[in-house]
Design a protein around this ligand. Structure first.
Ligand code: AMP
Length: 583
């Protein structure tokens, strides 16, 4: 093992930082403000070189992406003066934008790269204590996006692409003894379906060395093994003859994968036998890769709906949720890898940013319900510091980091589950702006997920499952109503679908929704069943916009502002039901 870091030292470092979280926070803010004090943004608000938390909070307002966009746009267009940071920003990340409908530009920097590595190292160190790996390979379903130059000549790509293509990432992966089965050409291939096929193929070639199956977000793993169900015979054929299917056409990908592929009829027979021996693909992953120790990827928040399918493929293997962060910056590491993903929480690293939290009191909840991305106009809410949050309470998270974001409202709601030394562990609750709301009803992404899970149990009786889902508020009729879109794994009977529709409607147990439904202030919930493959079309749409599959999250509520996705959904409806649950 190349000794780039010692896991025990990493743990010691984190223990030290977390014990002294309050001082580390003040120190981190001081460093950020010293490095960037000359930035026009900070000068505009009259910070005047001060670096203490009180002056900072008194001068600098809370900001959404919209507030910073004019600055970021000037940087993207080539203005290299100190706008947001002291040093010029040379790389831009595109956030997945799956919740807003279009990718957003955010600054990327060496410091962000370093904090990403710090997060990876920290969670790895704790993970490796519980689930040690030898010196194997990782079957990683990761995908780079297109990288391009902005009008002003800055390098741009998704945050994961910026990370995967940097040398610190390769070094860290090596030190974590998890080299990727696939060559870079596959990760950065221009056609993600071909890359996905080749990831599977490379994993199968190194089948007995694979110790970890991972992706950034768990959705990519489920997507990969759903694809395997369709493509396994073709994969076996390639392995048998040692020749890549002619469906893989990207020259760089063909060349790189062909180098790894040798005729191996024994392996092809093995895979064939395994696949034939499985019942409904249960335990597929350990059957194919008997030395895998765990499955790893972000499994919380909008990834929870995929856990059931992931468990099905994983059999008895543990599922470990990866860390918590965003294109804008990292937040916390999973240092309790033994917890099931449903209870995973993330310990905040106090030296990667300066964190603040808005307590979600009634006053603020009204702001949280505001779905618009516009500047927050109402009175500025009071924030509390990292070490002042309370266990059991929910907060909106704010951070200030080295990449030029100051008091930035990421848009996530988190809950404090406990403290590790003096730093809190946060559970992801939901996106602030992902709520179904027509009048007094308040339904979060989680409420939608629970309602879909309840109704999906009825489908399970017919051995069918919900492949993916989303929702929409339809205000084109009076009164407005919720629309739930479902893609299903096969054909369900009308009777069951009608029941599912009623169950969806009944399962939103929020008092505002139920009372509005009873008096018909909200109309009957509508279930629209989609053609198979509709969610693939949605992925294609986002990939076309420059997103990468690695960061893809199905938007759980599609508004009229996301007209292209709404159009894809509406054009692919095959059946439609209205609830009769409330008479
Ligand atoms: P992106 O910038 O596209 O990577 O998206 C970042 C967003 O993904 C965050 O603001 C969260 O809403 C979500 N996210 C990231 N990590 C996690 C996690 N561990 N659990 C739940 N949601 C997450």
């Amino acid at each position: 093992m190349e000794k780039i870091f010692d896991p025990e030292e990493v743990i010691e470092e984190f223990e030290f930082l977390s014990r002294d979280a309050e001082r580390v926070q003040t120190e981190t803010l001081r460093k950020i403000l010293e490095e960037n004090g000359g930035a026009k943004y900070l000068q505009k608000w009259g910070l005047d070189g001060r670096t203490d938390p009180e002056s900072f909070k008194a001068c600098i307002p809370l900001a959404s992406h919209n507030d910073l966009e004019p600055y970021i746009q000037r940087i993207v267009d080539g203005d290299s003066s100190s706008l947001l940071t002291g040093k010029p920003i040379t790389t831009i990340s595109l956030s997945s934008g799956t919740t807003q409908g279009k990718p957003k530009f955010v600054p990327f920097s060496d410091e962000l790269m370093e904090s990403t590595m710090q997060i990876y190292r920290t969670s790895f160190a704790y993970r490796n204590r519980e689930f040690p790996i030898r010196n194997g390979k990782a079957l990683q379903f990761i995908y780079g996006s297109k990288q391009f130059k902005t009008k002003g000549g800055l390098a741009a790509g998704t945050a994961t692409t910026n990370v995967f293509s940097g040398s610190p990432y390769k070094k860290t992966m090596k030190a974590m003894q998890s080299s990727c089965c696939s060559p870079d050409e596959v990760i950065f291939g221009s056609d993600f379906y071909q890359s996905l096929y080749c990831h599977l193929l490379c994993g199968l070639i190194f089948w007995d060395q694979v110790e970890v199956v991972s992706s950034t977000f768990a959705h990519s793993i489920v997507h990969a093994f759903r694809t395997f169900e369709q493509a396994w015979e073709e994969l076996c054929a390639d392995i048998r003859v040692g020749c890549l299917t002619n469906r893989v056409t990207v020259p760089s990908v063909r060349t790189a994968v062909s180098k790894l592929l040798k005729p191996n009829p024994e392996l092809a027979d093995r895979i064939y036998e395994k696949c034939m021996g499985l019942s409904n693909w249960y335990g597929l992953i350990p059957e194919l890769f008997p030395n895998v120790k765990y499955i790893y990827g972000i499994m919380t928040g909008s990834m929870e709906p995929y856990l059931k399918k992931l468990r099905h493929y994983a059999g008895e293997l543990p599922l470990l949720s990866a860390d918590y962060g965003s294109s804008e910056g990292w937040i916390g590491a999973n240092i309790d890898p033994k917890l099931p993903p449903e209870s995973a929480a993330y310990a905040v690293l106090p030296n990667i940013a300066y964190f603040e939290f808005i307590p979600l009191t009634e006053h603020v909840t009204s702001q949280i319900l505001d779905n618009s991305e516009s500047t927050f106009s109402s009175m500025e809410p009071k924030t509390v510091g990292l070490t002042e949050v309370k266990v059991g309470e929910e907060y909106e998270i704010i951070f200030t980091n080295f990449a030029g974001l100051y008091r930035y409202r990421l848009g996530d709601v988190v809950k404090v589950t406990r403290f590790h030394n003096a730093t809190p562990e946060l559970q992801f609750v939901c996106r602030r702006n992902l709520l179904l709301n027509i009048n007094i009803d308040k339904n979060t992404e989680k409420d939608l997920q629970l309602s879909v899970e309840a109704a999906a149990k009825l489908l399970a009786q017919e051995k069918l499952e919900v492949v993916d889902f989303t929702s929409h508020i339809d205000l084109s009729t009076e009164p407005g109503h919720y629309v739930i879109f479902w893609e299903i794994s096969g054909e369900a009977s009308e009777e069951v679908l009608k029941e599912c529709c009623n169950c969806l409607d009944r399962s939103f147990v929020d008092a505002g929704y139920m009372s509005s439904r009873k008096v018909n202030a909200i109309g009957a919930l509508e279930l629209r069943v989609l053609k198979r493959g509709t969610f693939h079309k949605i992925i294609d749409h986002y990939v076309g916009l420059g997103s990468a599959l690695s960061q893809f999250k199905t938007p759980r509520c599609v508004g009229t502002n996301n007209s292209k996705v709404l159009q894809i959904l509406c054009n692919n409806v095959v059946q439609c039901y209205f609830s009769t649950a409330f008479g």
